[in-house]
Design a protein around this ligand. Structure first.
Ligand code: ADP
Ligand code: ASP
Ligand code: MG
Length: 627
């Protein structure tokens, strides 16, 4: 006999017929001798409808009242599902988040779960009842017992947290697609189903826009080692398993408030190559990294910053003993990159700021990285890393982030001091760069045996492609290049609860009034764009940077895969696919297992489709998504 948590999303309970079908499935699971806890979302698009109603009354409704309103959606579906189970003759009881005792912090509309009381749940389960729990909601730990919600899409998180608290055998997420696919089938119908995916890969995919799972649900599954499967509620197909490494022992108290940073990693065997002032047009990155891949050089971080005028800076790191070859490739290719419609003398038009392209190398560098899923949605973590380095007097040369990682390139001589300071600040131990773990190898083996579309090795390196159309790009011009600036800028944003992603500090220096400056760019949620700009503009006189620009018309397209570590050519292939479609890349940021490019919003879907095809991820069948 197993204890199983099943979660059914909005479309799966979107009508009376669907609720009855779900009741049948729950009944079958229980009658097979299992104890079952069911988590349900609001019916169909109910939550969207409630948000719309609120916005008709107020442009800026109170977050407390939003929770009061949105939590009603789930209350409808738990009652109806319970009734449907009764009709089938199965004992069942519906419970709200508060009745279960899903205790959260008092942060309305984005509360994290602190703990889940299991007494009442266990009492009902022992009586043979199916417990039907309202997803997405909880109750604050404060005296006022406020109703809270976990953030849109949060029912997945409720389900996995319940599975962790109850020590369930596994958690099943039932939705409207057959499982986790190589990308969103609504945009790319020939997306392919995966049998398995690692929790690291899924975390990146989920935080980069694949909404099939809430990233916090993946985080809990990984932290507590909960076996998690995503399946269709329309069929009995096996779906996709999310594989986690063996979990470390963790208390259930502070369930979602585990340390934001799991590890501080460093790599002193890196060197940096920067190409300054290369033309800003499609094909440049593709050409450069195509050449680099031809030389079989493995690139680690790649950063392309915001462009200025009609040129870009691209910087990347390679292992130290590849530096000479990488530099040679970069220098050799510069004339070709600048032809024929690049930065010729006419285009430069006598503007003294636009000088010829050049290559710069730096051997004495180190990369320090903080990583941990707990930093998702916690805007202060990156700022804390930057301020820790600043307090130690360490200047940051390059920054590249993903939702679960922040990497900084610093001078090699500062490395030991940086590690010590970061380990103390985040209360963790340090280690050299992480090596692939066994469970990753397991998945790579499984995938390669099924064969890739064109049989080439780097096809299997990429597991999924994601598109995020909800970000805006923020650019801060001419930031004085001294320790502490990034820290102060991102602290200002964090204080406004604005989460930033894809932070990039450009390589190019500009001397203004005798002060060396660099540009910093990042992405924020579109709805935070204006607030971010206004807040930073206010601080400009004090901090001494220039213009602050926000561009909401961007799309972020990303590839994810653990297998891309040590696989030259993956980045080149992504950039080449975009170049073939004449799609210009505005910004690039990478981490070990992902590469993200910013492109114009209007190019987003086409970029997703072409990249998906370029990696041979398309299947032979179209995925049908129920209306
Ligand atoms: P639910 O209501 O069941 O929680 P969601 O709408 O939140 O369902 O998530 C399922 C949807 O996620 C799918 O219909 C699909 O459009 C979208 N999606 C995006 N990326 C992926 C992916 N990589 N694999 C599967 N589905 C995806
Ligand atoms: N009903 C909530 C939403 O639409 C929670 C969920 O479905 O996961 O965001
Ligand atoms: Mg969902």
């Amino acid at each position: 006999m197993s204890l199983i948590v099943q979660k059914y999303g909005g479309t799966s309970v979107g009508s009376v017929e669907r609720i009855q079908a779900v009741a049948q499935r729950v009944c079958r699971t229980a009658q097979a001798g299992n104890r079952v806890v069911v988590v349900v979302s609001a019916m169909g698009k109910t939550t969207d409808g409630l948000v719309k109603l609120a916005n008709e009354i107020s442009a800026n409704p109170s977050r407390r009242e939003m929770d009061m309103l949105l939590s009603t959606g789930e209350q409808i579906s738990i009652a109806l599902l319970s009734m449907a189970l009764h009709e089938l003759g199965h004992p069942a009881v519906s419970l709200t988040g508060a009745q279960v005792g899903i205790v959260t912090e008092a942060e309305h509309t984005r509360a994290r779960i602190l703990r889940i009381e299991t007494d009442r749940l266990n009492r009902h389960l022992q009586k043979g009842e199916v417990v039907v729990v309202a997803g997405f909601q909880g109750i604050s730990s404060t005296d006022d017992l406020e109703i809270t919600t976990l953030g849109r899409g949060g029912s997945d998180t409720s389900a996995v947290a319940l599975a962790a608290a109850l020590k369930a055998d596994f958690c099943e997420i039932y939705t409207d697609v057959p499982g986790i696919l190589t990308t969103d089938p609504r945009l790319v119908p020939d997306a392919q189903l995966m049998a398995e995916i690692t929790s690291d890969e899924m975390l990146e995919l989920a935080s980069l826009g694949a909404k099939v799972l809430h990233p916090r649900a993946v985080e809990i599954a990984r932290n507590y080692g909960i076996p998690l499967v995503v399946r269709s509620s329309w069929s009995d197909d096996p779906g996709t398993w999310v594989i986690s490494p063996p979990p470390k022992q963790r208390p259930l108290e502070g369930l979602e408030l585990v340390r934001p940073v799991d590890a501080v990693e460093f790599d002193t065997d890196q060197a940096k190559v920067s190409l300054l002032r290369v033309p800003d047009r499609p094909g440049v990155a593709a050409r450069l990294f195509g050449e680099i891949a031809l030389q079989d050089l493995d690139v680690d971080l790649i950063i392309q910053s915001i462009h200025e005028g009609n040129s870009n800076d691209i910087a990347f790191t390679v292992v130290k003993n590849s530096l000479n070859r990488a530099e040679a490739v970069a220098s050799a290719i510069i004339p070709a990159l600048c032809q024929p419609d690049g930065l010729d003398s006419e285009n430069r038009g006598g503007d003294p700021r636009l000088q010829a392209a050049e290559v710069m190398v730096e051997k004495q560098i180190a990369k320090v990285t903080i990583s941990g899923a707990g930093m998702i949605g916690r805007p202060g973590v990156a700022a804390q890393m930057f301020s820790t380095l600043a307090d130690a007097g360490i200047n940051i040369q390059m920054i590249s982030t993903s939702e679960v990682k922040v990497s900084c390139v610093i001078a090699q001589e500062d490395c030991d001091q940086a590690i010590a300071a970061l380990c103390e600040a985040f209360e963790v131990n340090s280690s050299p760069v992480s090596e692939g773990t066994e469970y990753r190898a397991h998945i790579a083996g499984e995938h390669s045996s099924s064969g890739s579309a064109d049989g080439s090795p780097d096809s299997v390196a990429v597991r999924g492609v994601a598109l995020d159309l909800k970000q805006a790009r923020l650019a801060i011009r001419h930031v004085p290049d001294r320790p502490g600036m990034a820290a102060r800028i991102f602290k200002i944003l964090a204080d406004q609860a604005i989460s930033v992603d894809m932070i990039i500090q450009s390589q190019r220096c500009r001397v203004i009034n005798g002060i060396t400056t660099r540009d910093i760019a990042c992405t924020v949620a579109q709805m935070d764009g204006e607030l971010a700009r206004l807040t930073l503009e206010k601080a400009a006189p004090e901090l001494g940077y220039g213009e602050v620009l926000v561009d909401p018309a961007i799309a972020k397209v990303s590839i994810v895969g653990s297998g891309m570590v040590g696989q030259p050519g993956v980045a080149a292939r992504m950039f080449a696919a975009l170049a073939e479609q004449q799609i210009n890349i505005q910004m690039i940021a990478t981490s070990e297992i992902k590469i993200s490019c910013l492109v114009a919003e209007e190019d987003g879907v086409r970029a997703l489709q072409t990249i998906h095809a370029a990696f041979g991820l398309a299947g032979s069948q179209s995925i049908q998504v129920p209306a």
